[in-house]
Structures are given as structure tokens and as C-alpha cells.
Design a protein around this ligand. Sequence first.
Ligand SMILES: [Zn+2]
Length: 642
Amino acid sequence: MALALAITPVPNNVVYNNGSVKLAKTPTLSIESAGASDSLRLAGYASEHGFSVTGRKKSSVRLKIVAGSTPEEGYVLKIGGKGVEITATDGAGLFYGLQALMDLRENADGKAIPSMTITDSPRLPYRGMMLDLSRHYRSKEFVMRQIRAMERLNLNRLHLHLTDAAGWRIESDKYPRLNSLAAFRPDSTWKAWNEGGNQYGGAYGGVLSKQDLKDIVEYAADRYITVIPEVEMPSHSEEVLAAYPMLSCNKKGVGNSNFCAGSEASFEFIRDILDEVMEIFPSTQIHIGGDEAPKAQWMECDACQARMAEHDLQSPEHLQSWFIRRVEEYLASHGRKAIVWDDALEGDGPSADATIMSWKGTEPSSVSYPVIMSPGRYCYLDSYQDAPSSQPEAIGGYTPLDAVYGYEPDSLAVGLQGNLWCEYIPSDSHAEYMLYPRMFAVAETAWSQPDRKNPEDFRKRVMAEASRMRNEGYTVFDISSEIGNRPEAKSSVDHLARGKKVTYLQPYWKNYPADGEGSLTDGVRGGWNYSDRLWQGFAQSSPERVDVLIDLEEQKQLSEIYATFMQICQPDVWMPEHVEIYAGDDPDNLTLLNRIDLERKPDTEVSFRNFGWTGSVSARYVRYRATAPSGGVLFTDEIIVK
Ligand SMILES: [Zn+2]
């Protein structure tokens, strides 16, 4: 099926002209006015993709640098008359013009391409994809495959999460125990590794050699993609501390996640590692983490406390910013700048040169720094992309293609990035399955102007691009078989308690209030994800969780009462242990209609289950109680009375 315009991300301006151009099977291609390195890159790429590169100006595809002719990375692609002409200000622009031509050519399938002029340039300068290589080791070849997928989508930054508790992935000359110990663990799965007490050493894992990493950098650069390494600090560093315990506050390593901020040894280690990293990665930006650092270790450490006193730092959050700024100074002395997760805004924040990677909210977490948006809600591609029961295990959540596509970054954002965290993604094919097609949506939002986005047209292009990728051996989720959101969430439900007052005898959890006090009787059901603001959470420390009284305002004939609960064991979301359902006319003296006991069944499935009563009774009040095991949270979306 030929598409009207088979280019993803969709170009920003297309004007059709009369006529068409038929390209030869191996069209001649020339490159004019480009510098040596751009010429070499583009010629190499074009030859690999079925063009015959010549020096002749009469070639059928002519690439030409014309300074100032387009914005950075933009291009003008003219198809018509004597052939094809691509002009751009820079090599990247020519590269993206060539990508657009290749899409059109493939869609034409040997036939002529309609004459047209495309004028295109990116919405955002930073268009990124993140691969977490720590939670599961991946090979150089795997990373290169994903680079080939990125190039088609005009993505230009590959962020590699190379260090974390689950494994160190950068070969180090100076610290060999990183390669031999911190890069390995005994257990392959995340769950087994956690249950086994997070040991290091063993058979599972590996480092990418310096040569592997340099090969990746060069392979990406040939496709106008910059590789940004991430070295985690001050926390998420358990694997380093296991190998070099003296870098932790209590010098024991195990049980610590932070570098000791009071010890000079920490900074010596970080400088040495950054030297090795900067030698491999020419990127101006280096990601230095900065997320989720627990502060207790520092508060209990004499050296850290002395550091705080020495620099008059009022809180451990200020110690964290002092730490990050000190590392930034070192980067700056080598002409580099830091990217940090938005957690690093705590305390005094990073230096003014830093860029923030914003994952916590959907709006930029700061107006004082350049911000790359990567909101967990829309850009974390490790959550379910379809009905959980139809999918391989994931971390939870529900982020279908349409949700990723629907996200619009604030106009202040300088970038957008899709992140693939891999705790629950052991295999390469599973990783690709989670990435595609959702990365297409990230790419289109990052490149195309908002008014060019169109969900229906996008889905058609996704189908075509996905089938092309499958032919090349990629594993891609098939949206043609997508189930979509939980059926109950698609329309509202009418019942006797709808709109009626609910008295909370136990409070709901303020973190997950849904729509507050009216939520359980508003007729609105939740979807696959408890954080969709339709599920109400219950999290008291006593076993009592849900205990609500509903006033139907007058005596009604009742035949059914039920509520649905959700279970996702990993974040401690459990089915109730006991449910009791009462009804009657005196709220202080109700009749027990049903009691349900459920044995706790830890499993990896996300499941949904109704707890209810059916029968016949006449009553004005309904009371619904549910208890849960210690530490477990209950989520329900509606108490339905019929
Ligand atoms: Zn310390």
C-alpha cells in the first residue's frame, strides 16, 4: 500500500508540483560544497544504501551545502525536472534530506516519485533515545542496530546509561575491578538478583571494551548521532562501591549507594573515570546522573558532615549540589558540560552550564536551565504498551503509542527523549519490542511542528515503517493487534450509587486521590494503570484500607454490589485480603451481606478482580470494607451498586 507521504517524522512543508521523477535502480549521487568529513560520511552512507556516488554534477541526485539556506539540520528536497536536489546549511541537513528521499523511493516501489518540494527542519535541537545498558548487558552490535533505527527517525542523540547498581559497562584501565567484579552478577533476572541480595561477580554481565565504545561513537557519528555517556553519581553507584568499598561513607561498600562526599578519594576516582570516558566519547555533554540519592548515608558520615561544615552547607541536598558542581568544574576544565536528572535541582542545583533532563513531571522542572523533557508518564518506554495480560512482563504502568504521540513538550524545552529502562527487559528482542513503534512517536514530536502531527496518518505510517523494520529482523510491537485501554474505562457506568455521597471511614491515600471524595461513585472506571488518576489508592499502615459508607438517599431494591481491585506485585499493589459488604437503613446497624477472603498470591501478572455480592435486599446505606496485608496498597476505581 503506497502512502500519500511515507516520511516519518512528517516533514513540515510539502508542495506538490506537476510531473514525477523515476530514479534508476542505482541512482547516481553527487555531493557539492561539503567539507571533507561531511563528504566522506554522506558518500559512505549513500553507497551503502544503493546510490552510486560520482563527482559529476549531472548526477540524478545532487546534494549541496548552501550556507544559510536552511536552519541547522534542516533541508530542502526538490524532486522534479532533471532529478533530485537536496540543499542544506550543514551535513546533517543533507543526511535528513537523503532519509526523506529514501523513504519516498521505498514507498514508490520502483515507480516514479511525484514531483514535490519539501522544506523541513527540526522542532527541537536535541532528539534523543536512551538505552539502559546497566540492568542488562547489551552488545555493540545491538547498540548499532538501534542506531540504524534512529537514523531513519532523524534522532540525533543516543544517551547510554552505562553505570548503575546492576552492572558497570565501561571498560576501565585504571580500575580493573569494575571490569571483573562490578560488571557481573550471579543472577540474570532483576528479580532473582534482588532476591539473592544483589551480589557482584558471577557469570552474567560484561563490559563494553573501549574499542567497542569507540566503534559505537564512530558508527553513530557517521549518521549524525552524538553518543552521550551517562556515569551515575553521587548515587546509583552500588556496583562501584562493591568493587571499591573505600569510596563509600562507611568503607564497607555493600549496602551503600552513594559516593562519600567527604572523601577526596571519591573525586579522584570520578576524575580518573571521566578522563577515560572523555577519551572515548567526544560529546560536549556528559550525563552525570544526579538522581535518587538517599541522604541518610551522608548524614551519618563524619567526613560528609565535616564537608558540610567546611563549606557551610545547610542540608545534604546542598552537599549534593556542591558535589555535582565540583564534578562540573572538572568537566568544564576539559571543555565539557553536564546533563543531570531533575533530582539534581535540589539544594543549590547544578551550575548554570548544566542541562536538566526532566523526568518527574510533564512540564519542564526548571526555567533557569535548558531542559530536555523525558517525562516518565509519556517517555518511559518500559511500561506496558497494551493490555498487560497480552504483554510480556513490564515494570507496570500503561503507555500506549497514542499516549506517547499525544505528549507535547513545553515551548521552553530544548529536547525530547524516549528512555528504555531495562530492569524487566532481559532480552534484545524484548528491548526492541518496547522501543518500537513508540520511539517513532517520540521522534515525530521532537522533529515535526505540532500542527503537522496527525494521529491517524501517523498510525498508517507506523504500520508501513514497522513492517519494513520487521523485514530487517527487528522485533516491533504490532499495533494492528492492539487491544487498547481497559474496556471498562472506555465508557462511564450508570448505577444506583452514581453521584451519591461517600463517607470515608478510612481516608484514601493523598498520593493517589483520583477525583477525591466523589471518585468512587462518579461512574468513571480506571484503565490499565493505577496512576491514570481514575484509581483511588488506600495505604494506611493498619490492615484497614477501604472503609466507605454510601448513602443512596432513599431505600432502594439492591441486587448487586461490587468493586474492582488491581494487583501489580512489584510496586506492592495488592488484592484485598478480606472484603466485607454491608447494607441496611441504619448506618450504625447494617447487615453483613457477604465476606470474601482471599489468599495472597504473589505473581508477576497485572490482574483485575471484582469483589462483590449478588442477591436481593432493600436498603438505603451500603458499606464497603477491604483490608490488605501490611505494606500493601489497594486501588479501586468505583463501587457499583445495582
Ligand atoms: Zn561520607
